[in-house]
Each structure stands twice: as C-alpha cells, then as structure tokens.
Design a binder for this molecule. Structure first.
Ligand SMILES: Nc1ncnc2c1ncn2[C@@H]1O[C@H](COP(=O)(O)OP(=O)(O)O)[C@@H](O)[C@H]1O
Ligand SMILES: [Mg+2]
Length: 288
C-alpha cells in the first residue's frame, strides 16, 4: 500500500505542482491517476520513488516513509516506465533490460537469462535482443521499457503515460498486454494518463485530478461512469456530450453500432441472445 499524507510540492520557481494531496493506493491493483497536462501527475509519481521530494507531508510505502533509507535502493525496488521509454540508446535491448539487475549485483549471465525471459513476458521476439532502441518501432520500445520496469521483479510499478507516443492500434495492443500481465503478476501499478478512456479501461481504481493535483473524484470505473461527481467529471468522461451514447446505423452490409461522433464501435449480431452473449449490457451504454 502506498499512502500520500497531506503532500505539497512547490518547485524552487514557486510553482505549486501538488497542493495538500492525500490518497491511499491499495496493493496489487491498478490505480490510474488521470488529469490534463500540468495537473501534477508526473510529480506525484516521482514522489513515490523519490525522484522528487515533497515540500511538506509524507509519502509512505507499507507504513514506511520513502525518505527513510537510501533513495537508490528504493528506486531499484520500484519499476518505472516512462512515456518515451527512457531506454539507453547505446545499450542493446537485452542490456537495457538487464541494467537494473546488474546494478542490483546479479551476475551478467544470470541477468541476461532473466532479461530474455522478460522479452517473452512482454511479447517481444528473442531476435530483437541484440538490437539498439533506434532499430525498434515505438511500440517495441515501449515493450522494452515495460520489461525493464519489471526486471527487478518490483512489487510496485510506476507507469507515466507509457503508451502516449504510439499509434492507436499499437496502443490498444499494449493496453491489452498490460491487462494480461497484471492478471498474471498482480503488481501494485500506479498508472498516469491524460486519457480518460485509457483510465476507464485499465484502472481498478481511478483518481481524477484537477490543477495542483486536486482530487475531483476517485472510485471504480463503474462508480465514475454511473455517478460523475460534478460537471468537471461529466465533461471529462464525455457524459455531457453524450459521447458514450451508442446508436445503430444501417449500412448496406448490416447494422453498425456508432458512437456520438459517428465512429463505428462494432457490428450488431442478429439475435438478441447472441447480442447479450457478445456484449453484456452496461448501465452506461444507451442504445436507441
Ligand atoms: N522541475 C520543475 N520546476 C518547476 N515547475 C515544474 C517542474 N516540474 C513540473 N513543474 C510544473 O508543475 C506542474 C505539474 O507538472 P507535472 O507534474 O509534470 O504535470 P503532469 O504530469 O500532470 O503534466 C506544471 O505546472 C509544471 O510546469
Ligand atoms: Mg507528466
């Protein structure tokens, strides 16, 4: 469990990035911090692994302040995946993944063995092991970033907009992979995004943030979709614009389900029984 207690962070130039923030993040679940750019998400994440220290208040992991003890040791037991993958350009894929293990004192051979297993874990071909980051696609680089984050088998995995820079199809793939991984690994994942749809998909719990990391609402995706706390949240999840309302559209090839923006979301199967099997109804999906 990670706990923020009345945490404030004011940077030396006077910017208050986080103002009196308190939150309990349960273990072995995915908690998504979602808010627009500049709301303080990265600052919050970096206070967990002490890359940023609070101006006041405390951040605790299992009841122990992150300021107690050695910051380097702390960082080695917390996985951190960044938006631009943060890979070392002059290290091969396998060395990028193995670096954390080497720093932890694992012998080279053993570190490489473990790194190769991690390629499988994140769905990367072993043939990519000797390549350099610049020789990989954006999606592959992000997978390497995730593998590196998992290398030391940390209990906590921090992910800062890890899929922000890849195209929508690869992004969907990476999101599904993360859901699968999380089912297998059960880490305490703290995931940061500005994309509410990503938050609703990945989060066991979602925390919606406004400026200076003010918590506007927190809860499960269902709680947030069915009872947005205020107009800010309603606007954020698109409820006010009916973005989540689904409609049927007849086409020469059959009936297509479209959203309020007219984007196809799927096709309608023929019998109502099939429909229920394929898409159990949700309180929030209106079909007219
Ligand atoms: N090192 C820094 N010095 C001064 N201001 C900073 C620093 N890092 C972040 N900020 C400011 O703090 C606020 C929150 O930033 P950040 O945590 O990066 O937000 P987010 O990740 O939600 O986009 C922003 O106004 C940003 O400009
Ligand atoms: Mg950020």
């Amino acid at each position: 469990m990670i706990e923020f207690r009345s945490v404030t962070k004011t940077f030396p130039d006077g910017t208050r990035a986080v103002d009196d923030f308190s939150l309990v993040i349960p273990a072995r679940q995915t908690t998504v911090l979602v808010g627009s750019s500049g709301s303080g998400k990265t600052t919050l994440l970096r206070m967990i692994n002490r890359m940023v220290e609070p101006t006041s208040g405390a951040v605790e992991i299992d009841g122990v302040s992150v300021l107690d003890g050695d910051p380097v040791a702390l960082r080695r037991r917390i996985g951190y995946v960044m938006q631009n993958s943060g890979l070392l350009p002059h290290f091969s894929v396998i060395d990028n993944i193995a670096t954390v293990l080497r720093l932890n004192g694992v012998a080279r051979r053993e570190a490489h063995e473990r790194a190769r297993e991690l390629l499988d874990t994140v769905g990367l071909d072993q043939a990519l092991a000797e390549r350099y980051p610049s020789q990989l696609s954006g999606g592959q680089q992000q997978r390497v970033g995730v593998a590196r984050g998992l290398a030391a088998d940390p209990n906590i995995l921090l992910m800062d907009e890890p899929f922000g820079a890849v195209d929508p199809i690869v992004r969907t793939e990476l999101q599904q992979e993360l859901l699968r991984l999380q089912r297998e690994l059960g880490k305490t994942v703290v995931f940061v995004t500005h994309d509410i749809d990503e938050a609703l998909l990945l989060g066991d719990r979602i925390v919606i943030l406004d400026r200076a990391a003010r918590i506007v609402q927190q809860g499960t995706p269902d709680e947030i979709l069915t009872a947005p706390a205020d107009e800010f949240v309603a606007a954020f999840i698109g409820a006010d614009r009916g973005r989540r309302a689904l409609h049927l559209k007849q086409t020469p090839h059959g009936t297509v389900v479209v959203d309020a923006d007219g984007r196809a979301q799927g096709t309608l199967v023929q019998s109502p029984a099939d429909l229920l099997d394929a898409h159990p109804p949700r309180a929030t999906d209106e079909v007219d």
